[in-house]
Design a protein around this ligand. Structure first.
Ligand code: FES
Length: 77
């Protein structure tokens, strides 16, 4: 099963990602407050956070751990 929506607000993760890209942010709190998602039951927040971290609009249920951010390559090596 995949999670693709904040079901309480009927707001697609795909649309949330589009908004986040347009506003150059991956900040969960900013996204949720701006779009009014994740504020009722809150169960979608972990999926929105995963989507923001990975860019995937369809997130497996249960939500997998967020992959660690790759370290930038050391300069001059
Ligand atoms: S599923 Fe998003 S607030 Fe309930």
């Amino acid at each position: 099963m995949m999670v693709s929506y904040c079901t309480c607000e009927r707001f697609a993760l795909r649309d949330i990602l589009s908004w986040a890209r347009a506003h150059d942010t991956t900040d969960l709190t900013l996204v949720c407050e701006s779009l009014k998602v994740g504020r009722r039951c809150g169960m979608c927040c972990v999926f929105i956070e995963y989507a923001l971290a990975t860019g995937q609009p369809d997130v497996p249920y249960p939500c997998p751990p967020i992959p660690p951010v790759a370290e930038p390559a050391a300069a001059g090596r």
